[in-house]
Design a binder for this molecule. Sequence first.
Ligand code: TMP
Length: 237
Amino acid sequence: MQKKYELYRGKVKTVYITDNPDLLIIEFRNIVSALDGNRFEYFDRKGMINNKLNYFVMSMLEKAGILTHIEALYSKNEILVKNLDMIPLECVIRNRAAGSLVKRFSLVEGEVLDPPIFEMFLKNDAKHDPLVNESHCETLNLVNVNHLSYIKSLSFKINHLLSRLFNNIGLILVDFKLEFGIFHGTVVLGDEFSPDSARLWDKITLNKMDKDIYRYGLSGLIAAYEDVANRLGVILD
Ligand code: TMP
């Protein structure tokens, strides 16, 4: 598969066109960003760790019957994926109160949310990714209603699989974000799953093992990402 040219440069990932119109290459760069991209920093090895961790988690989901965009690892910090027509939503599942939910409802961080909460945010940097509901999605034609109910049920199924996966390695899956797209008429999980797009806490110490380390100005970001990868059994370099 030949990488041809850059299609889109995001805050931490770059997407490349290939010589096959059905396939793209995503590069995970050594950058972490926060605050709508207003703060960012270089971290050696981060791209490789997230690429391999994402590939591991998505492969596990594939084996469990979830359709994902992953095809193969392309290099240590790049992955070959299906070229999806992306749905402009960030779907968030929350098992415990954290982040923006704590601020919105004045909750105590860590409070168990039973049943878990499903939220959607419109992908629009200029509008700071506003929270949207199913009614917005239908009226504003953001996503086909049948696809929407499928995406919601898939998000809960993925939560079930991933909560168990992380629980088995001593981590609490606090919350995470998913993005979906359409590939030849079928809903497929796209984008990434990594400690950039999820909150993971150690079950015993409740230490944060995700991007909150950077958001809160703490140290040890790469060590924590590596710890998550090692516990999963991901082979790094
Ligand atoms: P939040 O608490 O900031 O709303 O985020 C909830 C979870 O979703 C957290 O794990 C981070 C992830 N997330 C992203 O990765 N990107 C986003 O744009 C949003 C809104 C959330």
